[in-house]
Design a protein around this ligand. Structure first.
Ligand code: 0T9
Length: 368
């Protein structure tokens, strides 16, 4: 009851929710950025496709493939969705994927705002010349049986070889199963993937019994530049199988099977080599206490971090300085991206968080 009441009074700020111990996770939300590239082969695949249209399809395939990790991995690993730790300002999560064919793919994720919480990230593979960056926050509201979560922010995929951008909006989601103490995520509404090449994909989501009787359902439409014609329709389950229909030829073929793809684990430095502001090191004691459900220790160790943060903010105020983000900056979106967003009728954010790669590379943090 306390939990449901705290949900009701959270005023859209999910970080303020007091969840019962069994629903707590020892993982910080800053880690969730890794779900964008746990399938490095699909992440770099578009860089090898010369045809624009085929390339746009490969981008949609990679995007669809990320959803299972993003939205069902906690259920699979822990039995239900868990409440992540609320990252502190400046918290970092760094890592890399090393695979035989794709080489090194790097992840830099940083908590760039605490009130409201915003996480920014960059993921790049130089061998293939591809980079994803983005930022996200959440706005929640409680309905009768579920928690609705709107995502703020967007992601941008850049392919160097073709100097091509893909502007990706984030789906709205809701949490079901709250009353049974077994929460899980379902996606709703849509994602737009607008390419600077003109191609645009609109992906619509639904749960049980909307398009079909199945959970995690989607229907994606890929349009030619200027939305002049519908080229492909892709449908199925993002956590399962999907097929693609060529609208001109009216032929159907296999698109993706999420159950057949194995995620590549991210390599994170051992805790003793991490800086104190790196997520897993900073939350080590809290995470250990969550493991054994020692509520007192969870509370105690969390409070230590919170108090430390309060001290920092106080000091900044006294000295009249602002917290310096480590590797991202908030800038006005005047570049080519603004136009890409407008192609799809997306109202771009006035200011956007962008990765400052030089700053990262000049720091010891880049030694992964
Ligand atoms: C970005 C993702 C996001 C973060 C999570 C809503 C949620 C926090 C945000 C949107 C990632 O790219 C994708 C996946 C899952 C999202 C989380 C699911 C969830 O429940 C939490 C919120 C904060 C809660 O934990 C609410 C508490 C409780 C009702 C659920 C256990």
């Amino acid at each position: 009851m306390t939990f449901l009441r705290s949900l009701a009074t959270s005023k859209g700020d999910l970080s303020s929710i007091t969840a019962p111990p069994f629903i707590l996770s020892g993982t910080s939300l800053v880690e969730y950025s890794k779900f964008w590239a746990e399938l490095p082969d699909l992440f770099v695949a578009p860089t090898m496709i010369l045809d624009k249209e085929e390339r746009a399809i490969a981008v949609v395939r990679w995007f669809i493939a990320t959803l299972k990790g993003q939205y069902t991995s906690r259920n699979e690993a822990l039995g239900s969705e868990k409440k992540p730790l609320n990252p502190f300002l400046g918290e970092l999560f760094l890592g890399k994927w090393e695979t035989e064919l794709e080489g090194t793919t790097i992840l830099v994720s940083e908590q760039v705002s605490h009130h409201p919480p915003v996480t920014a990230y960059a993921i790049y593979n130089d061998a293939y010349g591809i980079e994803l960056q983005g930022y996200n926050g959440q706005k929640a509201s409680l309905a009768t049986t579920m928690l609705n979560v709107r995502q703020v922010g967007h992601a941008v995929l850049y392919i160097k070889k073709f100097d091509e951008y893909y502007y990706i909006t984030l789906p709205t989601l809701h949490i079901e199963g709250l009353f049974y103490g077994a929460p899980y995520v379902e996606l709703e509404q849509k994602t737009l993937i607008q390419s600077s090449s003109g191609y645009c994909a609109s992906i619509e989501y639904s749960g049980k019994g909307y398009f079909s009787g199945k959970k995690n359902t989607f229907k994606a439409k890929l349009y030619a530049p200027d939305q002049s014609s519908l080229l492909y329709t892709i449908s199925g389950q993002w956590s399962g199988k999907s097929t693609i229909v060529n609208e001109k030829k009216k032929s159907e073929s296999f698109f993706y099977d999420a159950t057949e793809h194995k995620v590549v684990p991210l390599i994170v430095k051992p805790l003793e080599q991490q800086a104190e502001y790196e997520s897993q090191r900073a939350w080590e004691k809290v995470a250990a206490a969550v493991q054994v459900m020692d509520y007192d220790t969870i509370h105690l160790e969390k409070s230590k971090i919170e108090n430390q943060q309060r001290e920092l903010r106080k000091k900044e105020k006294e000295e009249g300085v602002k917290w310096q983000r480590r590797y991202f900056e908030l800038i006005e979106d005047e570049g080519p991206l603004k136009e890409v967003a407008e192609l799809a009728g997306i109202e771009p954010d006035e200011k956007v968080w962008r990765f400052t790669r030089e700053a990262f590379e000049h720091s010891p943090d880049s030694k992964l």
